[in-house]
Design a protein around this ligand. Sequence first.
Ligand SMILES: [Zn+2]
Length: 549
Amino acid sequence: MSATVTEASPEATDRAKTIVAAHEAKIRPLDIAAGKAWWAANITGKDEDFKKKEEIQNKLDAALADKDTFADLKALKELKDKGQIDDKIIARAIEVLYLTYLPKQIDPELLKKITAKENAVEQKFNTFRAVVDDKKMTASEVAKVLKESKDSAARRKVWEAGKKVGGDVAADLKELVKLRNEAAKQLGFKTYHALQLYLNEQDGDELLKLFDDLDTLTREPFIKAKAEIDEKLAAACGVKVADLMPWHYHDPFFQESPGVFDVNLDDVYAKADLVQLCEKFYDGIGLPVGRVLAASDLKEKDGKSPHAFCTDIDRDGDVRVLANIKSTEYWMSTMLHELGHAVYSSLNIPQSVPYVLRGEAHILTTEGVAMQFQKFSKSSAWLEQMGVKLADPKAFDATASKMLRNELLIFSRWCQVMLRFEQGMYENPEQDLGKLWWELVEKYQLVKKPAGRSAPDYGSKIHICVAPVYYHNYMMGQLFASQVHRALAKQVYDAAPGSVLYVGDKKVGKFMTEKVFAPGRTMTWRELTKFATGEPLSPKAFAADFGGK
Ligand SMILES: [Zn+2]
């Protein structure tokens, strides 16, 4: 609050209402068309559908680049910051629209250069193949060696060959970082990293503090979990734990949990009807998904995207999931995840929330909800309550709970590297980036830099090149998931978080709708976290899930 109190101005509020309505009238049809075109392109994989999608996207971008609209929004945002718009919802809509139009105000020539560089880098990634002993390997062949080989020398060769793409793109990436920084400076920001955080209503110092706290709380559980994994990895390759190198982990970055435990979680799901289980679960908690499933595309097809995603086409209940379901634990967890996004949508955000704000509060809150539900695929107690018989629940749990713990801890350390590296890279692209990268990997992931290695290994992570300053949101989503689950366990059940499984309890849907979904984007992610859980976002609940201090 500033010392001077400004009077609310009915005129400013009216101007704000007009611009919000004009935006909706102009953009909504384009949004819907873009959503439908994107859906079609991902289902068919046809060039003509991708072309159509690109055309609509260009129209949408052009509309958001409109200079007059942006000037109006900027003026209204200043009035809002002075407290002159007294309708809280309209004031929030002005903030959100300002943040939507701002990044499109970059000089079009510069934007073209950035897009061209990004495309060039993406193409290099798409066409890159690791070459080992003069033989080209596909990505899945590389993955297979890293998952299965017991030969350290063979693993090393494949790992090093896979990293070569980093060298191929390093010069382009450096150029791209400079161009992105130039764009940020045009908009009045010190670095591109700072701009991206501003657009996401986040702050660099606050983020580092959050990640420092997360580091403190997870370091010991991570060291313990890694020691157990390292022992098994070392035994498998016949080396000493002290001699483990980056190529001994099961993926190129040690971002995933190596598969070193005994029980196969897929057996339980081999005969289960995954879609029916999901429908039963979500209906049971009072968040029905029948309409979503009917509009979805869930089976493998030629040309179809092999991934999974959820999309709210019209913010009026047309919500769809794309998936390629097989009867495995991976797909059970993925479907629970995507349907988590689906229930956090216009299905459960009232139509009274203006179109501009009728979506999730933030990418981290919707990822958080999806991850909150996703975890149940690894719980034998949840499966039994859902009516799925397990041959050996204890063995299932011993493996599944360890996997879940390892996955989350390992991922949290990897996110530390990503956040800090990106921040450092945009602050000073001229520094020795390879050195910065390996210092972070050694410090947070406890993985040793190979002696004498000086290759630009950071460049081999595609997200650093083409999905910049985004990764930390996944981690924050995990923190949100743990915190909301704990608040729900306490407020709805007054029970220990580990015992709360949601099955068949409509109070769960009521809590999630009232406390998380219904506000849509009328609240910032900070306000929503406080509203839903009574506390600001912190790593406490996440760490407590692993017995961290
Ligand atoms: Zn997701």
